[in-house]
Design a protein around this ligand. Sequence first.
Ligand SMILES: NC(=O)c1ccc[n+]([C@@H]2O[C@H](COP(=O)([O-])OP(=O)(O)OC[C@H]3O[C@@H](n4cnc5c(N)ncnc54)[C@H](OP(=O)(O)O)[C@@H]3O)[C@@H](O)[C@H]2O)c1
Length: 252
Amino acid sequence: MFRAWPCLAKIRFVVRIRRTQINNKIIRTDPVRIGIVGGTGGMGGGFALRWSRDHEILVGSRDAGRASEAAARYAEAAGAAHGTSPSISGVTNEEAASADVLVLSIPYGQIDAVCPGVLEKAGPGCTVISPIVPMKKTDTGFEFIPMADGLPPAHEAVSKHMRDPSMLVSAFHAVSEKKLEKIPREVRCDIFVCGDGKGSVDLVKGLVSEIPGLNPVYLGPGRLAYLAEMATPLLLNAMIRGGPKNPGISLS
Ligand SMILES: NC(=O)c1ccc[n+]([C@@H]2O[C@H](COP(=O)([O-])OP(=O)(O)OC[C@H]3O[C@@H](n4cnc5c(N)ncnc54)[C@H](OP(=O)(O)O)[C@@H]3O)[C@@H](O)[C@H]2O)c1
């Protein structure tokens, strides 16, 4: 959907906040099984390549054949970069929901079509990650759909399909797929994390910090996730109007 995103790698925003709010430590997570719904897309590939160093990955798709092809591609690239034999398999989106952590790497407009069937298959202990940005490109620029069209932010839209909304964590909105897929290169930016359940939030902060150069910054409960989601059109509008050219969001 956001193939224009690679350009985000050219911008860098420096937002001043107190250093004490930033957690620069790497929090190692025990190996988990991570399912990626829409794992054949650019972000799905980035997540698979990064996390397959330490975790088992289920690449999900509407089409199991497409998922298997993507999984084989990711396994080859990750194996070469990490010097390991990663466990990456291609499955249907519903099968991916058997994981301990499920990433909803799908376009905003597909939340209501995809989530009911997938989330009903997720176990009660499954932490769900939403990197979904409700954004569209118009003649004006990149617009935030909740403000432009009065639709709910992505976190709220996904929450409605969750048995336990406290297991939903929003993160990874302002990092480009192009930066994620360049393994093993450092990404070097901060990642806003929003959610209501401490266990799920801590797990996702750990997964963020395992990606070299990424730093998790807890922004608050899920109700505030719209602020993290809004960062993306903000950055992209600045970029297309000649904003700073260095990559990522850096809080310092
Ligand atoms: N791209 C970025 O750099 C970036 C950065 C930050 C956040 N995000 C957010 O991360 C999410 C994924 O981004 P992306 O660029 O990877 O998305 P994408 O490539 O547009 O789509 C990801 C996957 O979603 C599935 N999909 C597409 N249309 C669908 C439909 N109509 N119904 C069901 N599934 C469909 C496809 O998988 P199958 O066809 O195999 O089912 C596709 O490979 C988005 O919500 C985006 O806002 C993206």
